[in-house]
Design a protein around this ligand. Sequence first.
Ligand code: FAD
Ligand code: SF4
Length: 459
Amino acid sequence: MNDLRKKVQIKELISAERNKNFEEVVIGYSEEEAVSESQRCLNCKNPMCVKGCPVNVPIPDFIEKIKERKFNEAYKIIKTENFLPAVCGRVCPQEKQCEGNCIRNKTGDSVSIGKLERFVSDYYSVNEENTAEKNNKKIAVIGSGPAGITCAGELAVKGYEVTVFEALHIPGGVLSYGIPEFRLPKKIVENEIDKIKNLGVKIITNVIIGKSMTIDDLLYDGYDSVFIGSGAGLPRIMGIPGENLKEIYYANEFLTRVNLMKAYKKDSETPIKIGKTVTVIGGGNVAVDSARTAKRLGAEKVFIVYRREEIPAREEEIIHAREEGIEFILLTSPVKFIGENGFVKAVEMVKTKLLESEKSGKKDFCEIEGSNYLFETDTVIIAAGQTSNPIISSVTPGLKIYGNGKIFADSETNQTSIKKVYAGGDAVTGAATVISAMEAGKKAALAIDKYFKNEPETV
Ligand code: FAD
Ligand code: SF4
């Protein structure tokens, strides 16, 4: 019978209007739609969806509760493993994780696990209390992105006194300053952060660890352990001529100006100028978000230029971007920015082709000799990757780093090269995903707890 039921499709704002405003694009399920979609779940004995979820949310169990219309119970089940379900329901690459593993893919569409997660998270409005007995251990968490917030929440419910130090004036990390309102409304992030604060977690903003105080200061001041979740906020410089011309932005700066500093408002003190034609370099979520934001700020033509063929951004966002009029130029790479009076006016591009051999899961590519051409543009946004900021590592003796300034952490415990100092998320892996940062925060919290429960052989 289940096989005959059709997937409940998501609803979206009408394309023609939505690329002119910052309202959330995807409209969540109604109660009836959520129940109907939940009935497509087969409650598998060996649920592959759970195996695809980095934090192992008991997916069929929470979906069963939706079938029974016990939405609050469904939420509580998700919350046992995931501290940011309203965020994950919106931004996780479900097609590569839980939904990508759902058995229903074999005969049609997977169950819309992400949309169901979002539904119960938006439905739940109870303020939880933390009933854990205090254990008199103090933990400092650096950074309030998904890694730091998850680590803080996990430790708080285990009885630890947790203080989060955040460099910016608003907590949330990329969830607040990076992912735009039309994908992840700020009130959703605020609600999730409020729930963490309700657990007793203290968040202190405007403190840059490494400048205002160091990790040594924190340990000296009585913190028993430190978790570093400082992210990868430093843009990767492409290193091609003309990169410092005016009207060339790095995506992080561009999105921060728009999201956090409200540059899209006419009376905002933070300026942002968008030309008629905007060229975005890169193919990840950051590039797609930048392009869709530029369109909403009034750009007439927006192009995404990517050197490979398969765009790594979330599937849903690519579809939405196309619907909103964003054009993709694939197998193309910029080699030079050309200016006039100090302002960018064109990009010299070169065509690329993929090579047969595969390295690290991605196909290699090379430039096609003689295929260069000029592409006129008024604004460029570079979204070609980010790396960790060296502020912390440069003033923390003994903190081992690797690769492009990433912090080394043990893959099992997330302990760094310094005892009682842990790290996780983008600061350790380089730019990745919300859920992988959460997984790292959770792992570190479990390792910290194990350490203080006197099981030092595991750390
Ligand atoms: P962050 O979220 O970067 O948080 C780090 C925090 O630490 C920041 O608030 C920063 O201000 C603070 N900090 C840094 N240094 C210090 C210091 N010295 N002292 C105090 N505080 C400090 N992932 C997805 O899964 N799905 C998506 O759709 C998606 N879209 C994205 C869109 C954009 C525009 C961007 C930029 C990223 C996107 N990602 C997405 C990636 C995802 O957001 C990140 O992988 C994730 O946020 C990493 O979490 P984190 O906690 O490690 O770091
Ligand atoms: Fe339900 Fe799909 Fe998970 Fe099976 S794999 S339990 S059908 S969501």
